[in-house]
Ligand binder design. Structure first.
Ligand code: SF4
Ligand code: SF4
Length: 280
């Protein structure tokens, strides 16, 4: 994303809408400027502000006149008065920033909009997490924090060393040059995104080990980590295997949502009717 300095009138409205704090008013040129290193190409500035097409010279003059009279002339807070934002033609590898940061852009590898896959939400149909297994969604980054791919690689390598199964349809897995070692493509390591989700699954007996490993990973990456745990209900619709492990580890559980699905079951032999998700 670029701000056209010939159009910008330095009203400052856009500095409040950037979830990464990447826009600032440069006092030297008196224009809003984007820190390209921190910008994750989420398009919140371009799409979140109404773009008006006022004449920049006229707006600057009015602002100066009003200032001299000790008054203010400010546009409405949700408006860029001079339509100064100009999206760049994104090329590889920078384009991955947008794929993981703009929730309205479907990811090429999954067709799902946003950073991850459908996770366990469609488990009734996809049967990704089978009886006796537990699926983890490990999310790195958040608005305001973001995450570098080099940190995601650190995490993926630690997970790979623990011999976990990476979800094939997950966008991060598709960016690995070597899934066995959790190594990502070299050319994306210097890219930053709003957040990204790594999906793995392991036998249910390894639940505590993997959670403790994620706690360890959290200490080694320069971002925040959110852990989601998905597992299968028993025939009565309860879950009594993973829940006690999570409670022992200090998580407070609430039956927040149960996903049931309509569709052709792809794992009919082992299908359960329900899947539960728990997260912190
Ligand atoms: S909202 Fe538009 S005119 Fe105002 S500071 Fe941002 S880019 Fe410049
Ligand atoms: S594209 Fe997103 S991260 Fe980049 S400047 Fe705009 S709002 Fe900020």
């Amino acid at each position: 994303m670029t701000i056209n300095p010939n159009k910008c009138v330095a009203c400052g409205n856009c500095t409040y809408v950037c979830p990464m704090g990447a826009i600032y008013i440069d006092p030297q040129i008196k224009r809003a400027t984007i820190n390209r290193n921190e910008c994750v190409e989420c398009y919140a500035c371009y799409n979140g502000l109404s773009q008006e097409h006022l004449n920049p010279t006229m707006v600057r003059t009015m602002r100066k006149v009003f200032q001299a009279l000790r008054l203010r002339f400010d546009p409405e807070p949700d408006v860029c008065p001079t339509a100064s934002f100009e999206p760049d033609e994104l090329t590889w590898p920078r384009v991955v920033r947008r794929a993981f940061s703009d929730p309205r852009v479907p990811h090429e590898s999954t067709g799902v909009e946003g950073r991850g896959t459908e996770e366990v939400k469609t488990n009734d149909v996809s049967g990704r997490v089978k009886v006796g297994e537990v699926g983890f969604t490990i999310e790195f980054g958040r608005p305001g924090v973001g995450v570098w791919f080099r940190d995601i690689q650190t995490a993926c390598r630690m997970l790979a060393a623990a011999d976990v199964h990476f979800e094939k349809k997950n966008p991060i897995t598709s960016l690995m040059s070597d899934v066995a070692t959790g190594t990502l493509r070299e050319d994306i390591l210097g890219e930053k995104v709003m957040s990204a989700i790594v999906e793995i699954k392991v036998p249910v007996e390894r639940t505590e080990e993997i959670i403790r490993l994620v706690w360890d990973i959290e200490k080694r990456v320069d971002t925040v980590v959110t852990l989601g745990v998905g597992t299968r209900c028993d025939d009565t619709g309860d879950e009594t295997v993973v829940a006690p492990i999570l409670e022992k580890l200090g998580y407070t559980l609430h039956r927040a949502k149960t996903n049931t699905g309509l569709g052709r079951i792809m794992n009919s032999a082992e299908s359960d009717r329900q899947t539960v998700g728990a997260s912190r």
